[in-house]
Design a protein around this ligand. Structure first.
Ligand SMILES: *Cc1c(COP(=O)(O)O)cnc(C)c1O
Length: 223
């Protein structure tokens, strides 16, 4: 996988690796969804990837996504946009109005604001709860010890459309224990979707049950 390959060729490579990893784990390739992470890339870089059939994209900033995507959405129907970066409470209204899914729900105040905005706007994007599986102080995500209570509160008290969990393992650590931890929490709560695995570790994540892999640089090149 080199920088001289086109994004379309790299996308094809990633798809092949996803299929192989799924089969090796006794799973179906179509049970793993590829989220192409297009943060920092602009429309001219993104359009060819859409033309190659990719429909689901991840962005990590609300404002950047709202600048880039309206025109792409108008030109190409049927796109699905996931917010995968930290969400400030004061941008929750924009996020509810704009995204098809928000993967970074990680604290009670944000959850309550999302519930209020969904009610107000009559829109219910799918939600994932981000778990800080490494309990890293600088990283977003609900602490592991608080995850069960927070998930229960989102589902039962707020009635939020939570469909899965998301994690970003610590850099330089073996991600597998983190993927397994996330899968175990999801299982306890009957949550079907597991968003885990990035360019460097999506095959390992698929072996651990990932249903959504978030792949950026392996498709678009270095940022
Ligand atoms: C940037 C980002 C990714 C993609 O990272 P790559 O290593 O480029 O694949 C995945 N998830 C989140 C939350 C990100 O911010």
């Amino acid at each position: 996988m080199t920088e001289t390959m086109s994004s379309i060729a790299r996308l094809e490579e990633v798809r092949k690796h996803i299929a192989a990893a799924a089969h090796a784990a006794g799973r179906k390739a179509q049970d793993v969804r590829l989220i192409a992470v297009s943060k920092t890339f602009e429309a001219p870089d993104i359009a060819p990837v859409i033309a190659a059939g990719q429909r689901c994209f991840g962005e990590n900033r609300v404002q950047e996504a709202m600048r880039k995507w309206p025109e792409l959405r108008a030109r190409h129907g049927n796109l699905e946009l996931h917010l995968i970066g930290p969400l400030q409470t004061n941008k929750a209204a924009d996020a509810v109005g704009f995204f098809d899914a928000v993967q970074s729900v990680d604290r009670p105040k944000l959850a309550a604001t999302l519930a209020r905005e969904m009610e107000k706007q009559g829109r219910r994007p799918n939600l994932y709860i981000q778990v800080n599986t490494g309990d890293e102080s600088q990283k977003a995500g609900i602490a592991v010890a608080e995850a069960d209570g927070f998930i229960r509160s989102c589902l039962c008290d707020l009635g939020l459309p939570v469909i899965g969990l998301m994690c970003i393992p610590p850099v330089d650590a073996d991600p597998v224990p983190h993927f397994r931890l996330l899968a175990g929490i999801a299982r306890r709560h009957g949550l079907a979707r597991l968003s885990m695995g990035m360019s460097g570790d999506y095959e390992a994540a698929i072996a651990c049950g990932a249903t959504d892999v978030r792949v950026g640089s392996a498709i678009f090149g270095a940022r």
